[in-house]
Design a protein around this ligand. Structure first.
Ligand SMILES: Cc1cc2nc3c(=O)[nH]c(=O)nc-3n(C[C@H](O)[C@H](O)[C@H](O)COP(=O)(O)OP(=O)(O)OC[C@H]3O[C@@H](n4cnc5c(N)ncnc54)[C@H](O)[C@@H]3O)c2cc1C
Length: 402
């Protein structure tokens, strides 16, 4: 059995689902293939981790008309406070100084996924094939083909949004750069004794960075990076012992930590595909760049890619071009390369420089962040970047429809 589409998207995680929504309504034949049943409890990464969505990402979801289904479960970030355990330096970013209502929002991946999947299920022009695992890939000059469950699907453009271990990326031999950190993230939603006042805390500790992000119902989303060999112990502690350990690392800014929800762990590494396009194929989301969560930029970078790719592809089609033509896809890559490189490098530099405990480096870090605190223009540049509002912005990031 053979079926033909304009675009096939492999992966129904945050990146693939967002792209399908962005491309819908333009008279295209689109297929979305997901290995798991397309339900929020079944798709692996729609879990309880807190996702810090930058302001630019919120604008994209608003332009796609899905933000209204996320807003009630999203908590605004109005302040960001960065400090180092045992150090004297600290700095902050503030929504008021940036003249915006919020620097970003925190929402669980589950609530984000619920809004995306509810929308997807209402779109008539997206053919959802789930559960369906891609088993082979073949690119010919005029079409890309994938095989699953005895079927062959073909399209002018194949989008690999199938995550960090992307099968499609491997089959198409994209060049990949990797870095192992020997670290894992422990996540839990915790309740502090004092109100979080919409402040996101990033604290660099000897064991690794710890982020506490403001959530609804006065909870905070904890993302705590630890060395891999500490994971077993961190997951096996009872709640009281875990909270006490956390309190020692974080301090008392939020009072006594009272409750902790379910803990999860994620091994962390960096993966970066320098060239994300080939004739008839493009890799996006974690398949193109998997980042350490230290700065909460992984999906924020991915959704900017989604917005730019949808714009380039739709513009190409409107001017009579083939969406899988390398000339069209190269325009997308040229546009996105700088942002991708910058965010990947910045995240890596942050992880590595704050993982080093040598005294001169610690001193330099503390002087650096303290100097930043006194430099409002420098903080403004950092705030714009953290909000995803720097460089050439896609139409969706400017609140404009495609
Ligand atoms: C602890 C932690 C905290 C984070 N916090 C933030 C944050 O605050 N802000 C932020 O922006 N980002 C954050 N991130 C990053 C964010 O979670 C990821 O960027 C995002 O989940 C990636 O989505 P994706 O759709 O690209 O990939 P995935 O979620 O991996 O989706 C890929 C999908 O493809 C499917 N699939 C795989 N193989 C096949 C196949 N052969 N056939 C069909 N389907 C297939 C899978 O089932 C999966 O559903 C965090 C990450 C972690 C680990």
């Amino acid at each position: 059995m053979k079926q033909a589409y304009d675009i096939i998207i492999v992966g129904g995680g945050m990146a693939g689902a967002s792209l399908a929504i962005a491309l819908s309504g333009h008279d295209l034949r689109i297929a979305l293939v997901e290995a798991a049943p397309l339900k929020v409890d079944a798709v692996p990464n729609y879990d309880d981790r807190g996702i810090a969505l930058a302001q630019g990402s919120q604008r994209i979801f608003s332009a796609l008309n899905v933000w209204k289904d996320m807003a009630d479960s999203a908590e605004p970030i109005r302040h960001i406070h960065v400090s180092e355990q045992g150090g004297f330096g600290f700095t902050h970013l503030d929504a008021g100084e940036e003249q915006v209502a919020a620097l970003g929002h925190v929402i669980t991946a589950r609530n984000l996924g619920t809004a995306l999947l509810n929308r997807l299920n209402k779109l008539d022009d997206i053919h959802i094939i789930a559960p369906g695992r891609v088993q082979w890939v073949n690119i010919e000059d005029d079409l890309a083909h994938i095989g699953l469950d005895g079927k062959t699907l073909s399209a002018r453009l194949l989008v690999a949004a199938d995550g960090g271990n992307s099968f499609v990326r491997q089959q198409l031999c994209f060049d990949v750069r990797r870095r192992e950190y020997g670290q894992s993230a422990i996540t839990a939603n915790v309740t502090p004794g004092r109100p979080h006042k919409n402040t996101a805390y990033e604290r660099f500790t000897r064991n690794g960075p710890m982020a506490l992000l403001p959530m609804t119902e006065q909870r905070c989303a904890l993302v705590w990076t630890v060395k891999d060999d500490m994971v077993g112990e961190m997951l096996s502690l009872d709640d009281a012992a875990f909270l006490a350990r956390m309190q020692r690392q974080f301090g008392w800014r939020l009072g006594r930590f009272l409750r902790a929800g379910k803990r999860n762990s994620y091994p962390l590494s960096q993966l970066y595909v320098p060239d994300t396009v080939k004739h008839r194929a493009v890799v996006i989301g974690n398949a193109a760049h998997t980042l350490h969560p230290v700065a909460g930029q992984g999906f924020n970078l991915g959704i900017r890619d989604v917005a730019a790719l949808a714009e380039v592809v739709l513009q190409g089609i409107q001017s009579g071009e083939d969406p899988g033509d390398i000339a069209v896809l190269q325009r997308y890559q040229d546009w996105r390369r700088k942002d991708q490189q910058k965010v990947v490098q910045l995240t890596d530099t942050l992880v590595r420089s704050f993982s080093n405990d040598m005294l001169p480096l610690r001193l330099a870090r503390n002087i650096g962040v303290l100097a930043l605190e006194g430099l409002a223009p420098a903080r403004h540049v950092i705030a714009r970047a953290a909000m995803g509002l720097q460089g050439r912005l896609p139409r969706l990031s400017r609140g404009l429809p495609l």
